[in-house]
Design a protein around this ligand. Structure first.
Ligand SMILES: [Fe+2]
Length: 212
């Protein structure tokens, strides 16, 4: 049974996989084994979603955490500002077509982001799981999701689902089935199928009612 909080973990895993791919491409370019096109193709949308994550947490999660664990959230907010600075550095390195500096920035970005997400999963969201009642958790996750502009939803699905493993895809799909009105979920289903191609068979094996 998927819990709402699993949606957050699934998106965190997509972030981890994306920054790994961005950093690997930048490293290859710095070694002279490629150009920066793969980095350029990914980093803007990656950061846009990262900012939705930060804004959603700052609007919905941190105020709720503050009530049950005062002074904890401000350290995570400081992490977010560090991510903002890394994006500025990455944009500057890419616009000067400097593969070596780009790879140094993506390595720092990867370390900082992974460390931040690991802390959120094991500490911040543990506080949420243990100290905040389920109905409020639902409101928090709903408020975060509402921060994503609806017209960008297809892009979000196209970014996120290929970057997630089978378990996260299953959890996310089950959660959406639970919380979305039927017509919206039908639309989401089509976007998921398009995003994961042949892997749709595995997802329908896990959730047979998708094709029932
Ligand atoms: Fe965060």
């Amino acid at each position: 049974m998927a819990r709402l909080i699993d949606a957050v973990v699934a998106i965190h895993n997509a972030f981890r996989n994306d920054i790994d791919a961005i950093d690997a491409a930048a490293f290859e370019a710095a070694k002279g084994k490629g150009d920066l096109s793969a980095v350029i193709a990914r980093y803007s949308f990656f950061n846009e979603i990262l900012v939705w994550h930060a804004d959603g947490e700052e609007d919905a999660v941190f105020p709720a955490i503050e009530k049950v664990a005062p002074l904890v959230a401000e350290a995570y907010e400081a992490d977010h500002r560090g991510l903002d600075r890394l994006f500025e550095s990455l944009t500057s390195a890419i616009s000067s077509s400097d593969a070596l500096v780009t790879a140094r920035v993506t390595a720092a970005f990867k370390f900082h982001l992974a460390h931040h997400l690991d802390k959120e999963d094991t500490h911040l969201y543990r506080i949420m799981r243990e100290q905040i009642e389920m109905p409020e958790q639902g409101q928090i996750v709903g408020k975060m999701a509402a921060g994503v502009p609806m017209d960008r939803f297809p892009e979000l699905v196209g970014w996120m689902f290929p970057l997630m493993g089978h378990d996260d895809r299953e959890n996310m799909t089950r959660i959406w089935k639970m919380v979305m009105p039927e017509p919206a979920f039908e639309g989401a289903k089509g976007l998921i199928e398009k995003a994961i191609g042949d892997d749709w068979a595995e997802l329908t094996k896990r959730i047979p009612e998708l094709v029932g």
